[in-house]
Design a protein around this ligand. Structure first.
Ligand code: B12
Length: 642
């Protein structure tokens, strides 16, 4: 019961409720504010939002993590739900109205949610369209709400191109001058924002709010901007610009298929480049064991992209064992890579425990239909009818093909780890939130899921379906959670329950993690991981993103690292890109070899990309990387390692 509080006390209590993430208190003090006649707008801005700002600052300093922000934002919204209906609005003083969403084909929504929350805390009315939003929905929602601001988020190079289409639709419909158009997400640069004709971008939520405030403050009243007359003038004004955009977008062709054909043609004419002194298997296992090799092994994570050698669709690659195996075989044959990692998508295990999956014909399947309750999780047996069973059959077939004498390449099977499976099944925002508010249920679910994961690894081993298994333990990301929290909700399940299975089969533990600032001490040192596929983000170096120069000295006594050429550039199919890839690969190889030498190692590194090459990427670009290692690798190896 709250009584006798000054206005300042109530505002402070509202801020504290958000900081503590206490939904009930946020509601209670919001009601108290109304009862005491405090202006609801003031209660939001000087109360709730102040609390959110404190949490935002702590997040920037690395003192709290994404789950804490989510809990704080839940309290913020509870309080706002009470206060917002009481805000007096007229046409001229209405709060900034923003539409936000993550673009079609993209399920990443953590960053988008943070931007939405911070904007709401700044007093904006935010209409959230969610993730995987069809492009036209952005346009319709903007018009229906006479929006001041349209904020579009994308986390993948493959989906960010939708921003240009949204821009085109804004011009075409005559809406462009009626709102501020902002784009954002990790791959979006200020240059890209400019190219698509957006008004701006920001690297994080706090900067997004500042920019949105500045840009929307210059707008004339909504009724004026969205009047039919204004829209019709704008439509005419941009007629030429629309035609130009449409012309530029005319079919770029199927890059993956075209480049696959070219690589095959070259192979049929001249075979593969270079002479090999060692087999693929000897080279990969050599690097794993730090033995002397002829050159460093190479494998850009060209998983689904090699389906175009078959050719087959991504859906077929992800669901039909013979297509999957044929893609792997073709990768070794035509590209001459040293291994194949059997990644199709990250939603196999979550589909099997009951979640929904979207399966586009030519893109990576994604987990979309989340379960309602943790109790809805049903662990199946690894048998016919499950996606993982199918995946194991695909792996068995691949083993037969890759072990043929002329190829002799090791196959690395791939499956999701415990926390990744759970976040895919329930939704990441839900799980990250519940880790703090409802940890018991999260642990119960993880407990069940770990049994399933262990059963899967066991089945791969028993069936002889892999030379090694790579587990995606994605959530070890120090922006998203602390080392302690990672340990509690993923690490200890891996350590106590998964690793004994790998030990039983005397198999190396291999991890793939494309996050930006990983808790390597747990994932490598504590787990005793034998091989680690990592991504490096130069711009997040200050936040803890690490490269070969950090990782080899620290972990090469136990672990063979595998990274870090940026896979995003493989989307482009032009000579300048190939040259960049050649330069990056060559430079990385020299520096890695020198660092290995300086640390008394002989070969513990695989030249790779930090994450998989996008499904629509260029196979000529992949070939440029592989050929560079093959052409100069032996010489450099001999020169530096001896
Ligand atoms: C977590 C994660 C996932 C989770 C997402 C869960 C969720 N609900 O969001 C899951 C496991 C589902 C996932 C799936 C996949 N992922 Co993922 N994932 C990541 C990861 C590790 C972190 C992203 C994140 O949440 N960061 C933390 C938040 C706080 O930061 P943020 O999103 O950048 O947002 C901030 C800013 O960008 C900005 N911002 C964001 N939006 C906006 C909007 C506006 C208007 C403005 C102004 C600013 C702004 O403000 C935000 C807050 O400060 C990234 C790697 C990375 N470091 O980015 C890969 C990454 C994005 N994923 C990647 C890939 C490839 C995939 C998959 C295809 C993997 C697969 N084979 O299945 C699938 C995609 C499925 C699909 N169709 O979408 C690649 C994308 C590569 C590419 N082609 O561009 C990345 C970059 C990893 C890599 N190194 O290659 N992933």
């Amino acid at each position: 019961m709250v009584i006798d509080m000054s206005k300042e006390d109530i505002l402070k209590a509202l801020a504290d409720a958000v900081i503590a993430g206490d939904d009930d208190e946020a509601v209670e003090y919001a009601q108290k504010a109304l009862a005491e006649g405090i202006d609801p707008q003031e209660a939001i801005v000087d109360g709730l939002a102040k609390g959110m700002a404190v949490m935002g600052d702590k997040y920037e300093r690395g003192e709290v993590f994404v789950p804490h922000l989510m809990i704080a934002s839940s309290a913020l919204y509870e309080g706002m739900d009470v206060l917002t209906p009481h805000i007096k609005t007229d046409a001229t003083s209405r709060p900034v109205t923003g539409v936000i969403g993550t673009i079609e084909g993209d399920v990443h929504d953590i960053g988008k949610n943070l931007v939405k929350t911070m904007m709401a805390a700044a007093g904006f009315t935010m209409i959230d369209l969610g993730h995987d939003v069809p492009l036209e929905n952005f346009i319709t929602a903007a018009k229906e709400n006479k929006a001041d601001l349209l904020s579009v988020s994308a986390l993948m190079t493959t989906t960010m191109t939708g921003m240009d289409k949204i821009s085109e639709m804004l011009l075409e419909n005559g809406y462009r001058d009626s709102l501020v158009f902002m784009v954002g997400g990790a791959p979006v640069s200020p240059q890209y924002a400019q190219t698509v004709g957006a008004d701006g971008t920001a690297k994080d939520a706090a900067n997004a709010v500042a920019l949105a405030r500045e840009l929307t403050s210059k707008l004339v009243p909504a009724e004026e901007r969205w009047s039919d007359a204004k829209l019709s003038v704008t439509k005419t004004k941009y007629k030429d610009a629309v035609l130009k955009k449409k012309a530029a977008a005319t079919s770029a062709g199927n890059v993956t298929l075209e480049t696959a054909k070219q690589v095959m043609e070259e192979y049929n004419k001249v075979g593969t480049k270079g002479t090999s002194k060692m087999s693929h298997a000897d080279r990969i296992f050599g690097a794993l064991g730090d033995k002397k090799v002829d050159r460093l092994p190479v494998y850009p994570l060209a998983c689904g992209v090699t389906r175009k050698f078959v050719p087959c669709t991504y859906k077929e690659y992800a669901t039909m064992p013979e297509k999957f195996a044929a893609s792997a075989e073709a990768a070794i044959k035509y590209l001459d890579v040293d291994t194949f990692v059997g990644l199709t998508d990250l939603s196999i295990t979550s589909t099997d425990i009951g979640a929904g999956v979207t399966m586009p014909e030519e893109d990576t399947p994604s987990a979309t239909g989340h379960l309602k309750d943790y109790e809805d999780i049903e662990i199946p047996e690894v048998k016919k009818g499950t996606r993982i069973y199918n995946h194991i059959q695909a792996a068995k077939l691949t083993m037969e093909k890759l072990h043929k004498e002329e190829l002799n390449a090791p196959f690395v099977a791939f499956h999701e780890g415990p926390l990744l499976t759970l976040t895919q099944a329930m939704g990441a925002d839900r799980v990250l939130h519940d880790m703090n508010t409802n940890p018991g249920d999260v642990h119960k679910a993880l407990d069940k899921i770990t049994d399933f994961i262990d059963e899967i690894s066991t089945a791969f081993f028993d069936e002889g379906a892999a030379d090694a298994i790579c587990v995606d333990n994605l959530w070890s990301n120090n922006v998203i959670m602390s080392a302690d929290q990672y340990w509690e909700f993923d690490g200890k399940y891996v350590y106590d329950r998964q690793l004994p299975v790998f030990k039983k089969y005397n198999a190396p533990y291999v991890i793939h993690n494309c996050a930006d600032a990983v808790h390597f001490d747990i994932q490598i040192r504590k787990f005793g991981t034998a091989m680690y596929s990592y991504a490096y983000y130069e711009k997040n170096r200050d936040k803890g993103s690490k490269n070969y120069a950090d990782l080899i000295p620290e972990y090469s006594d136990i672990c063979c690292m595998m990274g870090e050429v940026d896979p995003i550039q493989f989307m482009n199919n032009d000579e300048a890109t190939f040259q960049n890839i050649r330069n990056d690969t060559s430079k990385l190889m020299d520096e890695v070899l020198q660092t290995l030498k300086d640390n008394g190692r002989q070969s513990k590194y695989v030249m790779s990309t930090g994450c998989e090459v996008p499904p629509e990427g260029s196979l000529l670009a992949v070939k440029a990387m592989v050929d560079t290692v093959k052409e100069v690798g032996e010489d450099r190896y001999a020169k530096i390692i001896g």
